[in-house]
Design a protein around this ligand. Structure first.
Ligand SMILES: Cc1cc2nc3c(=O)[nH]c(=O)nc-3n(C[C@H](O)[C@H](O)[C@H](O)COP(=O)(O)OP(=O)(O)OC[C@H]3O[C@@H](n4cnc5c(N)ncnc54)[C@H](O)[C@@H]3O)c2cc1C
Ligand code: SF4
Length: 605
């Protein structure tokens, strides 16, 4: 374990995950003395840590996103295994997060050095210019900045995390503006065989979205990836080329997927990381300025021992502990909440999954979880009537919907044959060989609008092993999102018909579907994408938002809260690239603030 450092710092960053690692890197490069306090463990470091995580994943009985990573009781993480559905409808929640909503917040996150960005899928699309003004469509909020303002930071983020994509395709098929001559750091990840089969069958055809007046044309479009494709000139590849191990969630054995540990390896010597340091409170003085943080260090994984209360001081504090943990810290500190918006507007991407069997082999279970998608349902007037959505084409068969193929083997052994008898030997092998390679799934990721009733709170009755509050969540899906899900299901029905695929989608209450609900007399269920957002929402007025356009708390000039928690809309794209761009933009502003403090003599030598 690293030893906690005494003394006063220029900046304290709370959380060494995706956003925190980027901010620390940029500030360290400017020469600022940065202390990064990370709640989770970070051992073993380097290559040994990677090997240990791969081995832990290999031997895990249940291969969920957090499986490879050592978690600790002192900094617990929510897991998708914490939730289960009830046979009579409704859900049960047994984990770290206390759930009180009619429907569950169904995403996990990871508290270990590197954060959730260790386990993420690595899809890195930009938001569309229209996503910044969702409020104009009568749902959610507008951003205080627009696409043009963020565009240079998108480019910087794409370089930092290493994005593979094709500018011409993103410009033409998604409608994204890029400056002339721009090239992504790496060439696009090649299409999977499934993508190609779907493109042959769907490109140029149309489906009728019930919320649209005219049919929507279909086109299979490559998704930008934060994983290694062939480098374009001038880009230095780190890690190996993506070679199709297909375990990106939760770990890439070849280190072809970006994780924040890659950014940490670039930190300058002026950045100090202390792991096993759980921040419990931001200290604010009588003038509303943050003066530092209180934190607890610990040893041990299952039972924290050697707990020590500590304090660190700094000229500026950056919270980068994940959307839910940032809100929890602000609430526990009584900070930044003059608008009463801290913890509110919790958003995610609820995902409707549909699954079926193609008439031909499509090579399921090869490559990253999704290499292409359908982008035509993200924009336009229908956005006023139902939640817009991105469609990911799933390369991993029915895994997300029904679990890994071993479960299908078990089912065939039990009752796969005629008259419900089990299948064995060559018949079993033939049936498996025939079916597994024909599995396909669509993942419809719904934009969820900011709703103040969906929120993170804390309650003194619910504490973790260190005595810190556990997050208490109230979560539900609005009519707007449910109408989006209805539209997505109608689109899915038509896609399966165009493909000649057998639709096996079936939702029923029970353990596998905690997100089961009925709407307009029909059964639905959702999974969640891990895209928690909105809990310290950004705006242009302190009356109804927590942070300004720089992610600086309106109430405290030297306290920043960075991450997806600042996003006014979770938009129609996976959020982390946008979050990274925002973090890099904030780092510039923080540098500027620190220069001002230095001029005032407010920094210690
Ligand atoms: C399974 C999965 C797949 C995903 N796939 C994608 C994808 O393909 N594309 C995409 O855009 N996004 C994806 N995401 C979302 C993405 O991982 C998150 O948006 C991103 O990691 C959030 O970054 P963050 O820095 O805010 O939080 P994190 O990455 O979670 O980092 C927060 C850090 O703060 C630390 N911390 C927490 N509390 C404290 C405390 N009190 N004191 C000190 N430290 C603390 C944590 O240990 C952690 O290291 C996925 C998420 C999941 C779960
Ligand atoms: S497909 Fe395989 S090599 Fe590529 S990022 Fe995923 S796990 Fe790594």
């Amino acid at each position: 374990m690293s030893a906690p450092e005494a003394g006063r710092w220029d900046v304290i960053v709370v959380g060494a995950g995706f956003a925190g690692s980027l901010v620390a890197q940029r500030l360290g490069d400017q020469g600022w003395r940065v202390l990064v306090l990370e709640a989770g463990q970070g051992e073993p470091e380097g290559a040994a840590g990677h090997r240990a995580a791969v081995e832990a994943y290999r031997s895990a009985a249940v291969k969920v996103p957090n499986a490879p990573y050592r978690t600790t009781a002192a900094a617990p993480s929510p897991s998708v295994l914490d939730l289960s559905g009830r046979a009579e409808g409704g859900y049960r929640s047994d984990g770290y997060v206390v759930q009180r909503g009619p429907l569950p917040y169904a995403s996990g996150y990871l508290r270990a050095n590197g954060g959730t960005g260790l386990a993420w899928t690595g899809l890195a699309p930009r938001m569309h210019p229209e996503d910044f003004r969702a409020g104009d469509f009568g749902h959610g909020r507008n951003w205080p900045i627009d696409y043009a303002e963020l565009e240079p930071y998108y480019r910087a983020a794409e370089r930092e995390i290493g994005v593979a994509a094709d500018v011409a395709e993103q410009r033409e098929a998604v409608g994204l503006p890029f400056p002339d001559g721009y090239a992504f750091p790496m060439r696009a990840i090649p299409r999977s065989h499934l993508d190609q089969v779907l493109a042959d069958a769907l490109d140029g055809k149309c489906v009728q979205d019930p919320a649209e007046e005219v049919p929507t044309p279909l086109r299979v479009v490559g998704t930008p990836h934060a994983r290694n494709g062939l480098p374009n000139p001038g880009y230095q590849l780190e890690g190996n080329l993506c070679s199709g191990h297909a375990s990106c969630v939760p770990i890439c054995p070849a280190q072809a997927k970006y994780t924040p540990l890659r950014t940490q390896a670039r930190w300058s010597a002026s950045v100090t990381l202390v792991t096993r340091a759980v921040v419990s409170r931001v200290r604010i003085d009588g003038n509303g300025r943050a003066t530092g943080v209180e934190y607890r260090t610990y040893e041990g994984d299952d039972h924290p021992t050697g707990i020590a209360e500590r304090r660190a001081d700094a000229a500026l504090v950056v919270l980068a502990a994940h959307a839910i943990e940032n809100a929890k810290l602000l609430l526990a500190s009584g900070a930044a909440n003059s608008s009463d918006q801290v913890g509110r507007n919790l958003m995610d991407h609820p995902v409707l999954l549909t699954w079926g069997l193609m008439p031909q082999q499509v090579g399921a279970y090869r490559g990253p979880g999704s290499t292409s998608g359908l982008e035509g349902f993200r924009f336009g007037a229908a956005r006023a009537r139902r939640a817009p959505f991105r469609v990911e084409i799933g390369n991993w068969g029915w895994t997300w919907a029904l679990g890994p193929p071993d479960l299908r083997v078990a089912e065939l052994l039990r009752s796969g044959g005629a008259a419900g008898r089990g299948l064995f030997g060559p018949e079993l092998r033939r049936t498996l060989g025939d079916r597994i390679g024909r599995e396909i799934a669509f993942q419809f990721e719904m934009e969820q609008e900011a709703d103040p009733a969906n929120r993170v709170t804390i309650d003194p009755r619910h504490r973790d092993a260190l005595g810190n509050p556990r997050p208490v969540l109230h979560y539900d899906l609005s009519e707007y999102v449910k109408r989006g899900i209805v539209a997505a299901k109608a689109v899915s029905d038509q896609l399966f018909a165009l493909l000649g695929a057998q639709d096996h989608t079936r939702f029923e209450p029970g353990p596998a579907w905690p997100g089961y609900f009925e709407y307009q007399g029909r059964p639905y269920a959702y999974r969640a994408a891990g895209h928690g957002a909105g809990t310290h929402i950004m705006g242009d007025s302190p009356a109804d938002s927590v942070v300004d356009a720089w992610q600086r708390c309106w109430d405290h000039p030297n306290l920043y809260a960075v991450g997806c928690g600042s996003m006014p809309t979770v938009a129609t794209s996976n959020p982390s690239l946008t979050m990274a761009a925002l973090a890099l933009r904030s780092a510039e502003r923080i540098h500027h603030d620190l220069q001002g403090l230095a001029r005032e003599g407010a920094l210690s030598p």
